[in-house]
Design a protein around this ligand. Structure first.
Ligand code: FES
Length: 511
């Protein structure tokens, strides 16, 4: 039996040696402060630096180690089955705009790679959505008709270049894939060669509003600027935008496998549940196949390692798997109407912007957002501005989704408090995490490989839901709005800003 890697590690972040950037230790001025160094923040920084703006990018951890470093890095406008749904909800014109925005993003990445001479494994690939179920053929046909109405080049086929028995597949030709870390490191290099700067391990905690907003960091340093862009996956400040109530977080999983057979190309996604995503990485001596899927609402899985095991079974059923070299998971945000929120963080503040909610399609949507926000900073009306306006609200689907998402949060809030199965702290084995009782109170326990027990109060510091242990990644995950915490309680993903409260361990805590 081939073993899963013991610890999660993304291929993208481990295969590329990244330079380190300093922590901000002084006050400064800038034209634009960008919080978050993933594809949106870095692309926006690149575009604004080229316009002569002095940009400061702040990243709470290492650059490109968030969602961008854990993607499957498909650059495509084929975002699952979406165009028929968009036509239904918003009409043909808006659905076409969404396609065009993402198509332009693909063309921009291609052109930038060429003009800047970037080596990032960029390759043209066709994108496929396939089904193995007769029941889904009609959905693919509807989507094909949507392509036709919107002028999208695509067609149905009954053959794909994978050993999977399919009923039908919808292909969008001439899409692409790349190594996002190599691409964005090159853009970062162009940013710091201009009059701009990048800081790592620098957490922005506050913005003082005004004509010249001031971004304040955790260590108290102040950056006075003209515009602020929040590109930190979950907005680093909610700013009365109620983003936590208008998005939900989804967790999904990826395996990087070596196989003993040829891979003829193509980027694949199943239309059926459970979702399966497949693409190849051709860097290095042997191709690496990325097999993804198993998405679920963040914090709402009892056993996350089983998702890797299920992906492993699927991979073995399709490929001659020789090795599982990598495993990692990622978290994506989905808005009420499935379109990203990009624009003013709220209706009354015209110099603080946000970009979030890419629904797993961040390579193109992040690039679209960077262009839109560059135009907002420069005072240029962008043709996609209204489509992605974060203040938009449609009765259908927004209200329906809002009600259902927030009912789900209420259910998780209550059911988390009713948990009754607790362990004794001393029964928690090395490498294991569990709920325990400490002096009669619920606590989260994890015993590390050095036999040290880490205890935290599992109550999420965002709005008080109870976090659940994620055994695949060794984190405490909140089922309500997707905050994640390390086993020592540090915030890995928001909306929570404060760490879980640590509980000191002493033998007398034994229940
Ligand atoms: Fe909102 Fe935990 S993320 S309560």
């Amino acid at each position: 039996m081939i073993q899963l890697p013991q610890f999660p590690q993304s291929y993208w972040t481990t295969s590329v040696e990244q330079p380190e950037f300093p922590k901000l230790t002084s006050d400064m001025d800038a034209d634009v402060v960008i919080v978050g160094a993933g594809i949106t923040g870095i692309t926006a920084g690149y575009l604004l630096s080229k316009e002569g703006k002095k940009v400061v990018i702040l990243e709470a951890g290492r650059i490109l180690h968030g969602t961008t470093g854990h993607t499957t890095a498909k650059i495509t406008a084929q975002h699952d089955l979406i165009y028929d749904e968009l036509i239904h909800h918003f009409g043909e014109d808006k659905a076409r705009l969404y396609y065009e925005a993402n198509r332009e993003a693909l063309l921009f990445i291609r052109k930038t790679v060429e003009v800047e001479g970037i080596i990032c494994d960029l390759a043209d690939e066709d994108a496929y959505i396939y089904t193995q179920s007769e029941d889904t053929i009609a959905k693919l046909e509807k989507e094909r008709r949507a392509y036709e109405k919107l002028g999208i080049a695509g067609k149905l086929t009954d053959h794909i270049d994978l050993p999977i028995a399919i009923q039908s597949a919808l292909v969008m030709n001439n899409q692409a894939q790349f190594n996002p870390v190599l691409y964005l490191m090159a853009l970062t290099d162009r940013i710091i060669r201009s009059n701009s700067q990048v800081f790592e391990n620098t957490t922005a905690v506050k913005v003082e509003e005004g004509d010249c907003p001031v971004v304040v960091t955790e260590s108290g340093n102040r950056i006075t600027c003209q515009h602020v862009i929040s590109a930190s996956h979950f907005p680093f400040l909610d700013w009365k935008g109620f983003y936590f109530a208008r998005m939900h977080a989804e967790r999904s999983y990826v395996l990087g496998i070596r196989i003993g057979q040829e891979y003829n190309g193509g980027m694949y996604l199943s239309a059926d549940q459970p979702k399966r995503s497949i693409r190849v990485v051709r860097e290095g001596k042997e191709p690496l196949i990325l097999v993804g899927g198993e998405g679920h609402k963040a914090g709402q899985s009892n056993c996350t390692i089983k998702h890797y095991e299920t992906l492993q079974s699927f991979a073995t059923s399709v490929f001659d798997v020789k090795e599982i070299a990598y495993r990692w998971s990622t978290q994506d945000l989905v808005t009420l109407d499935k379109l990203p929120y990009v624009g003013q963080i709220n209706a009354r503040t015209d110099n603080i912007f946000v970009a979030t909610g890419y629904r797993k399609w961040g390579m193109t949507n992040g690039t679209v957002a960077a262009h839109l926000l560059k135009n907002r900073v420069l005072g240029i009306k962008d043709r996609y501005q209204d489509l992605f306006d974060p203040s938009r609200l449609h009765a259908d689907p927004d209200i329906k989704s809002f009600v259902s998402e927030n009912l789900n949060v209420a259910k998780e809030l209550i059911s988390g408090k009713l948990e009754t199965v607790y362990r004794s702290p001393n029964s928690v084995a090395v490498g294991e995490g569990a709920l325990v009782l400490i002096n009669g109170k619920r606590a989260g326990a994890y015993r590390d490989p050095d036999d040290q027990l880490h205890l935290v109060d599992t109550t999420c510091t965002h709005m008080g839901c109870e976090t659940n242990w994620n055994d695949g990644d060794r984190t405490w995950d909140c089922p309500c709005h997707g905050s994640r915490f390390s086993y020592t309680g540090e915030v890995i993903e928001g909306p929570a800003k404060k760490p879980l409260v640590k509980i000191e361990f002493a033998p007398e805590y034994e229940a």
